[in-house]
Ligand binder design. Structure first.
Ligand SMILES: [Zn+2]
Length: 339
């Protein structure tokens, strides 16, 4: 039995546009999917890139946790970091599993990616939590920066909308589906970086003023540099995903390596790293700076288990619920182990 097939040998529901070869057998069993880890096929790069990314971020968050130097594990200063870790690990592990098991059935293919979308939305929410608690400016008079529950509610709503719209457009063949998915994720991302952007554009540097808004990491050029790199990688990832370049120009040439999805995986991982560096700066320096100057308000003082880890788990369950709801609405004739 041949392991690799051409697109014309695959049922419609398994085909990726402009990818013409190296498909795994349709209706594979879960064990066959696991075995596909060990031979080159057109999902190998997608699976392995995010397995390595997951391992990398497990190590990265462990070192960040050590940097916080808090007296106990559930200190308000570490809680947003835990929430962010939940989102990051969920995103990269779900993505690699979705790519690994998507040849089980046409229905399974869609279900895998509904959960992948849900994980992306959870990740934008937990990133928003970390950016909010570590980098937000103080004294802005912006209600969304003064009351955590207001900002969290907005971030959660945008994350649900992103999951709903991506599952909705992924469910049907829709001409502008990719673009719509990209826009909904872009809006959630803009909200996620808002606390930092406001700090850079509107607020004065450091404390000493009790009346006007003040920012911490926004005053540091290294930090702003990380933000630009993070934004660049996110935009490139979104553009490559929505345009399907370069494989659109040379179908079949980039089946194993170098297609838009591969670039998207790499750029998303890079954008996560630069985003992490952004609040790593706050974790490293804010406390000592505050102790020295005495004027800097502690932006993590109002972090609690409920509005960090608790909120992340609730948002995870609701996003998973949306993905499950779309999964159940798929036609049952495309059953998971159909032969
Ligand atoms: Zn992917």
């Amino acid at each position: 039995m041949r392991l690799l097939l051409k697109d014309c040998e695959m049922p419609e529901g398994f085909r990726e546009r402009f990818i013409t070869s190296a498909y795994r057998r349709a209706y594979s069993t879960p064990w066959e999917c696991v075995k596909s880890l060990f031979y080159i096929n057109n999902e190998s790069f997608n699976v392995w890139s995010h397995i390595f990314t997951t391992v990398f971020f497990v190590m990265r968050y462990s070192t960040l946790l050590a940097l916080t130097q808090t007296p106990h594990l559930f200190d308000p200063f570490t809680l947003p970091l835990f929430a962010s870790a939940i989102g990051t690990f969920t995103l990269y592990s779900t993505s690699s599993m979705a790519h690994l098991f998507n040849s089980i059935s046409e229905r399974g293919y869609k279900i895998c990616f509904f959960f992948d979308y849900a994980a992306i939305s959870l990740y934008t929410f937990t990133s928003a939590q970390a950016v909010f608690f570590y980098t937000r400016p103080t004294n802005t008079n912006w209600i969304i920066f003064e009351i955590p529950s207001v900002y969290m509610s907005l971030a959660a709503t945008l994350s649900f909308i992103a999951t709903y719209s991506t599952c909705k457009t992924g469910n049907k063949v829709f001409k502008y589906g990719n673009l719509l998915r990209t826009i909904s994720c872009l809006v959630a991302w803009l909200n996620c970086t808002l606390p930092f952007i406001v700090g850079v554009t509107l607020c004065s540097c450091h404390a000493n003023s009790s009346t006007s808004c003040v920012a911490f990491s926004a005053c540091n050029s290294a930090s702003v540099g990380y933000y630009f790199r993070h934004a660049f990688c996110t935009v490139v990832a979104g553009l490559m995903y929505s345009t399907r370049l370069p494989e659109r120009l040379l179908p079949g040439r980039f089946d194993l390596v170098g297609n838009s999805h591969h670039f998207m995986h790499v750029f998303v991982a890079l954008s996560t790293e630069f985003g992490l560096k952004l609040f790593e700066f706050d974790i490293k320096h804010k406390r000592s700076w505050r102790q020295r100057e005495g004027a800097w308000a502690d932006t993590t003082a109002d972090a609690s288990f409920i509005n960090t880890v608790g909120a992340a788990v609730i948002v995870m369950l609701i996003n998973a619920g949306i993905a499950l709801w779309f999964s159940r609405s798929l036609k049952s004739k495309e059953s998971v182990h159909e032969k």
